[in-house]
Design a protein around this ligand. Structure first.
Ligand code: SF4
Length: 121
């Protein structure tokens, strides 16, 4: 195996599962559809995605991420987005998404504010 710091292969940053019957599962993805984060690593943490909140059958508050394309829009961009927000994860307390993030969700992933430059509780 090639050491991480000496390879130019970026294959670990994403892939598209063309055999998946649900593809494309999120509307609005403009670049390569990244399936790597099908189960978003930010589901239990603060994030800038346009999620809706619902209560599941067990009474737990959860995110409905149907409208979010951030973990899927381009291999490089979605990889960078997830790495940035996982660098200093903050546990999500079940609050609805802030309105300003709902508005910003229409931006491209590389235009999104990072957790250190635009965080709020
Ligand atoms: S809203 Fe987007 S970024 Fe946030 S947890 Fe859901 S899929 Fe991930």
């Amino acid at each position: 195996m090639e050491p991480k710091n000496s390879t130019n292969n970026q294959g670990f940053k994403g892939f598209t599962n063309d055999a998946c019957p649900f593809l494309p599962c999120h509307a609005g993805v403009k670049r390569e559809f990244n399936c790597l984060f099908c189960y978003c690593p930010l589901i239990a943490y603060e994030c800038p995605g346009p999620y809706e909140v619902f209560t599941d059958a067990n009474g737990l508050t959860r995110k409905d991420c149907t409208a979010c394309t951030l973990p899927h829009d381009g291999y490089q961009a979605s990889w960078a987005f997830i790495q940035q927000w996982l660098a200093k994860p903050v546990v999500w307390n079940g609050h609805p998404q802030h309105e300003r993030y709902m508005r910003k969700a229409r931006l491209k992933p590389e235009q999104m504010p990072g957790p250190t430059e635009d965080s709020e509780g």
